[in-house]
Write a protein that binds this ligand. Structure first.
Ligand code: ZN
Length: 421
């Protein structure tokens, strides 16, 4: 990690790691048991070089600890909980002390500042409020930097447009699917020219270059920033890309980021794709120690042209759980996304369908045609995309170009992979 984390940040990491391990061991039965099983006592961890000795923590650990997993403070110190959706079984509930909320707010404010948001801005917050970390996180950070929060919440296009047109917000915060929906709807309503949005801040949902261009062009905005984070790690606000848009700066004084091979759990070479593993440095109520996020990304070595001391990782390129195996090859949908982003003549929308027939896997990629084109070049486009996929991912795919608007749109995350095997 030496090559990307400055000395000042490294020192913060050393101190934070030693404190976190001691705090967790002393105050959490779960961690004490886990460390003892692994033959570790807190004194064994003196600095970053000892990080690899610590056992991993997983989402299953959180579910098993329901309703207060990883709790490392007396309950009277917990001032709030948040919860993420559980598609199967129990929800994940994360506890926060007053200081945890303060730290999260500070991280989030840093994100807004990096995106150039300040006192003069009006910020329409079009994400979910309530148990979710999204709404309240965006709101707290917004108020901390002194901008005006317009807490519209998700969905409800008529209300979104009422505020977009009457209050003229300069910033909108939403999922990328919602941003695309708003952009297309603005065009449809013929009001795109009346919007004042300069900056779009979107959740960490995967979004390719073509979709980014479509959002920026249709909304007339200058910058689109990806904000990262997850409930386990406070919530959104763990990092954001600066105005150079060359990777996500992450707050290395609040957490350590490791990238490991999801199969072997060994660190990958700097710059290689792997799973993000995080260790918090200040978190009191529910500290994370080598928590496997399942998010795939890579570190970006070197300094950012913006001069920020905070290191960078790439966009989130998918989930290690989303990995699909096609004819024995590991395929991440994010790789398809990256390839399609570089192809002219198609829209940002696509789906991947998997079938099995005669004992063999078949992958079909359906992509929407660019609305400005007719179908005369479909064949050539299909062949070109199939060849790209073959050369970059080593897998044969059939490609089908469909009409613009033929694939489903969603206000929330779009489902891209349909595995019918
Ligand atoms: Zn930068």
């Amino acid at each position: 990690m030496d090559h990307i984390v400055s000395d000042r940040l490294k020192q913060a990491q050393e101190e934070g790691l030693v404190w976190t391990v001691f705090h967790a061991y002393e105050n959490s039965e779960f961690y004490r048991h886990k460390f003892k099983t692994a033959g570790i006592s807190p004194g064994d961890v003196k600095g970053l070089e000892d990080l690899h000795k610590l056992p991993f923590t997983t989402a299953d650990d959180l579910r098993e600890g329901y309703p207060f997993p990883l709790l490392s403070v007396p309950e009277r110190e917990v001032v709030r909980i948040h919860s993420s959706s559980g598609t199967t079984g129990k929800r994940k509930i994360i506890s926060y002390t007053r200081k945890d909320i303060e730290d999260w707010t500070e991280m989030f404010a840093r994100c807004y500042r990096m995106a150039g948001v300040g006192e003069e801005d009006r910020v329409q917050i079009a994400v979910g409020y309530g148990l979710w970390t999204a709404g309240v996180g965006f709101q707290a950070g917004c108020e901390r930097v002194g901008a005006m929060a317009v807490p519209v919440g998700p969905g409800n296009l008529d209300m979104q447009f009422q505020f977009l047109l009457d209050l003229k917000p300069s910033v909108i915060c939403c999922t990328s699917s919602m941003a695309l929906l708003l952009a297309e709807e603005a065009e449809r309503r013929g009001v795109a020219g009346e919007l004042s949005i300069k900056t779009v801040i979107q959740g960490s949902e995967r979004c390719g270059d073509a979709m980014r261009r479509a959002i920026l062009d249709k909304l007339g905005a200058d910058h689109l920033h990806d904000i990262t984070g997850m409930t386990e790690l406070y919530g959104p606000g763990a990092g954001i890309d600066c105005r150079e848009h060359e990777g996500i700066h992450y707050w290395a004084d609040y957490y350590i980021l490791e990238i490991v091979d999801p199969e072997t759990l060994e660190p990958v070479e700097p710059g290689e794709l792997g799973e993000m593993v995080v260790t918090t440095l200040k978190k009191e109520a529910a500290p994370l120690i080598r928590y496997r996020t399942r998010d795939l990304t890579r570190l970006i070595p070197g300094e950012c042209p913006c001069g920020s001391p905070y290191p960078r990782h790439d966009r989130i390129l998918g989930r290690s759980d989303d990995m699909i195996i096609v004819r024995g090859v590991n395929v991440y949908p994010g790789q398809i996304d990256e390839i399609l982003s570089g192809v002219e003549g198609i829209s940002s929308e696509y789906v991947i369908e998997l079938e099995r027939s005669g004992g063999k896997d078949f992958m079909l990629i359906k992509v929407e045609r660019d609305p400005a084109l007719d179908s005369s070049d479909d064949r050539e486009l299909e062949e070109r995309i199939a060849a790209e996929v073959k050369s970059k991912i080593m897998v044969s795919a059939q490609v089908q170009i469909v009409d613009y608007g033929a694939l489903p749109r969603s206000e929330r995350k779009s489902k891209r992979v349909f595995d019918n095997r």
